[in-house]
Write a protein that binds this ligand. Structure first.
Ligand SMILES: Cc1cc2nc3c(=O)[nH]c(=O)nc-3n(C[C@H](O)[C@H](O)[C@H](O)COP(=O)(O)OP(=O)(O)OC[C@H]3O[C@@H](n4cnc5c(N)ncnc54)[C@H](O)[C@@H]3O)c2cc1C
Length: 313
């Protein structure tokens, strides 16, 4: 352990026993027994190779905004990616390291009057986390603006074009194949600064009125594609039919589940798809609530809802 600790110092800042309550927006979970924070991509590659070659288990942490951590310590090494480089690759393309805050990337696009990323204002987390989960809002997502990525795959660094990333609604192949996103390139369009800023401000206002401010990991479940709705589509609100999506928040309202409380966790009164940690919730509390949500959605509508939040067992 001492030897590992010393080796790790070559790649970043190393700490022991750091609480996930402080490193995730849900504020649930126990300790990272060994946490290394890496700020440079070449060092990150070196670290991943070192961990692989020495058979050390590792867990990747970005901004911690889409995670429900377990009620136990995480053994091995937790790699917190805070790589920092973000720059114009050409007039309309931004290159960003995975550890850059998603908001920082968006700010650079706004500063250069480029459109294509403004839908993401207010989405927390890092660029790497957003690429892995194909983050999205306002009908747009990462797949609509990403040109290519560089990933670490089992000791190799490779580049993949957008079409090779397996993007789907809140999905990418990186969720399943263990690739670590290192860098991403976003292809944007020159636009009118005032109009882009107006859209960004409008989206921000819509978000701040809609989302609770108590700790959470955002929407707990993926919204439902309208083709999967077992009932009569023509009876659904027009907006859902236009968007082709049914919000799980609305489903939870139909089930009267807003306000349901178990231990320190609760279905938010403001947004039916947000499970909030209002009082030192454990993962167990959250999972119990989530089970009720799933069961009731199935019993009443025959809907199988899938978590969007990454549940670490
Ligand atoms: C208040 C609130 C609002 C939100 N609103 C939205 C929204 O509008 N739209 C939306 O899509 N999401 C939303 N989210 C969810 C979350 O912000 C996004 O999913 C975000 O992109 C997660 O990024 P992260 O860096 O925080 O990832 P983390 O939570 O740190 O990690 C999530 C998963 O990605 C993995 N991961 C992280 N970085 C990498 C990497 N570089 N390579 C490979 N794997 C990696 C982790 O191992 C983990 O499995 C919201 C969350 C909150 C709390």
């Amino acid at each position: 352990m001492v030897e590992l600790y010393q080796e790790l110092q070559n790649f970043g800042d190393v700490k022991t026993n750091v609480s996930f309550k402080k490193m995730t927006t849900f504020a649930v979970g126990e300790m990272a027994q060994c946490l290394i924070t890496v700020t440079d991509t070449e060092k990150l590659i070196g670290l991943l190779n070192y961990l692989k070659n020495n058979g050390v288990n590792f867990f990747i942490l970005g901004g911690g905004s889409n995670l429900l951590m377990p009620d136990r310590d995480i053994e091995g090494v937790t790699v917190r990616i805070q790589t920092k480089k973000v720059e114009m690759a050409d007039d309309t393309t931004i290159m960003s390291d995975a550890g850059v805050g998603f908001g920082t990337l968006i700010n650079l696009s706004l500063a250069h009057s480029l459109e294509g990323l403004e839908w993401g204002v207010g989405v927390p987390g890092t660029v790497g986390g957003a690429v892995r989960g194909n983050a999205g809002a306002m009908g747009r997502n990462i797949a609509t603006c990403l040109e290519k990525v560089q990933v670490w795959r089992d000791g190799e660094v490779i580049e993949l074009q957008n079409s090779e990333c397996g993007f789907d609604y809140r999905e990418s192949r990186f969720k399943f194949n263990g690739d670590i996103v290192l860098r991403a390139w976003f292809k944007l369009k020159p636009g009118d600064k005032k109009e882009i800023m107006l859209r960004a401000t409008t989206y921000m206002k819509q978000r701040s009125g809609r989302y609770p401010h108590t700790p959470s990991a955002g929407s707990f479940f993926k919204n439902i594609q309208i083709s999967k709705w077992p009932g009569k589509v023509e009876e659904l609100p027009e907006l859902f039919r236009e968007r082709g999506m049914i919000p799980v928040g609305w489903v939870m309202e139909q089930l009267d589940l807003k306000g349901l409380t178990i231990g320190g966790a609760k279905v938010s009164d403001e947004h039916g798809n947000f499970v909030i940690n209002f009082n030192n919730a454990t993962q167990e509390d959250v999972l119990k609530i989530v089970e009720v949500m799933k069961e009731r959605a199935y019993n009443k509508f025959k809907l199988e809802i899938e978590p969007e939040v990454e549940i670490v067992q």
